[in-house]
Write a protein that binds this ligand. Structure first.
Ligand SMILES: NC(=O)c1ccc[n+]([C@@H]2O[C@H](COP(=O)([O-])OP(=O)(O)OC[C@H]3O[C@@H](n4cnc5c(N)ncnc54)[C@H](OP(=O)(O)O)[C@@H]3O)[C@@H](O)[C@H]2O)c1
Length: 342
């Protein structure tokens, strides 16, 4: 059995890690840390885990050696404490952005700070299995990708791999859980409920990951918060340098890229009302659904992708990464199909 622990387990991403690992056939869920909830049962924070897990939160200082450690900490905390975490576990999967970017200068550009562990950046593999499966299999340290970045990257990747892309304009609509458990006046229910709030029209940090992984400089990205709790839907307008691409061609390249992928599904139907991806049906699952439409004027391809930010955008992707790293079936612990209707 794989002995797994979670640092930052009382947050939203950590809570999903608890749910997934509690049902993982190859994992013994060992410890779960939280500074503010230490000594309390995990179900006092995550009520869905009552009678599922009898574990109590420990303090971060009480974390003991284990086989794999998941870091579900706010930005900056993984890099601050990485030396200690490396002593605890030979395998680390960090859900934060602290080790996602290859260039330390990108942290100054996008995060406005100097990276305190720049010498360790090249020890971490960027965690999207559909791009880096082989590297992840050989890695001990993986930085799971950002949720918005995952939705955009998986959406447009087949096109980027096949054609010369001039530019991408992407807009995501996201649920409130993306902001984590801590709250502010802006997340207070009367203010946040039913809001459609453009929260990052320019300058979103995940653009750095998109540029790094797609190798395209002209990516224009905006993010809007909407009334969902979970989920992301990304609408990506892809402009090619020359070609006009038919939908038959697009079908071919998307099938080639994703036919064998366990967690990426092509959603593109001609009829019905589930013609393109919708995050509502993905809540709690590790799927990223992708669809595409070629604009009849030939100038752009519109790609729509959807996922659950706490699953394929965070904890689900992290479990998928662990499965690959430690050589267990890639879908283990990630079998939930979602609900319909919900
Ligand atoms: N939410 C998402 O959709 C999502 C998606 C992908 C990636 N992520 C990333 O995953 C990480 C966690 O996100 P989240 O949404 O789960 O955040 P969250 O709900 O705010 O949870 C943060 C967790 O870290 C603990 N923590 C806070 N400060 C700490 C410190 N200085 N030392 C040790 N533990 C500390 C908190 O518990 P205590 O304060 O009790 O210690 C809590 O358990 C972030 O880096 C985020 O960017 C989040």
């Amino acid at each position: 059995m794989i002995r797994a622990s979670i640092a930052g387990a009382s947050g939203y991403a950590g809570g999903e890690m608890l749910r997934l690992l509690s049902r993982h056939s190859e994992v013994e869920l060992f410890q779960a840390s939280s500074r503010s909830k230490a000594g309390r049962y995990v179900h006092s924070v995550n009520p869905n885990l009552r009678k599922i897990l009898s574990l109590k939160f420990c303090s971060p200082e009480q974390l003991k050696p284990c086989d794999v450690l998941f870091l579900c900490l706010p930005h900056g905390e993984s890099m601050n404490s990485i030396e200690r975490y490396l002593e605890i576990a030979p395998n680390i999967i960090d859900l934060s952005a602290d080790f996602r970017l290859n260039q330390s200068s990108d942290y100054v550009t996008w995060y406005g700070q100097t990276h305190s562990q720049a010498q360790r950046l090249d020890q971490f593999v960027y965690g999207i299995p559909e791009i880096h499966r082989n590297r992840i299999a050989d890695a001990n340290y993986v930085a799971a990708a950002g949720c918005n970045a995952t939705s955009v990257i998986l959406g447009v990747l087949p096109i980027v791999q096949e054609y010369c892309v001039d530019s991408i304009v992407a807009e995501v609509k996201v649920g409130s859980s993306e902001g984590g458990r801590s709250f502010s006046e802006g997340s207070h229910h009367p203010v946040r409920s039913s809001a459609v709030r453009s929260y990052r029209p320019v300058g979103h940090r995940h653009v750095a990951e998109m540029k790094q992984e797609l190798g395209i400089e002209k990516i224009y990205f905006s993010a809007t918060s909407i009334g969902m709790v979970r989920g992301i839907v990304a609408t990506c307008h892809v402009f090619l340098e020359h070609e006009n691409v038919s939908e038959i061609e697009l079908w071919k390249i998307y099938r080639r890229s994703y036919q064998k992928e366990p967690f990426v599904r092509i959603v593109k139907d001609r009829t019905g009302f589930h013609r393109l991806p919708e995050p509502k049906h993905l809540a709690g699952t590790n799927f990223c659904d992708v669809g595409f439409v070629s604009d009849p004027d030939g100038e752009r391809i519109v790609v729509v992708s959807a996922l659950d930010n706490l699953m394929k955008g965070a904890a689900g992707q992290a479990v998928q990464i662990m499965n690959i790293m430690l050589g267990v079936p890639e879908s283990a612990g990630l079998e939930f199909t979602g609900l319909f209707p919900v």
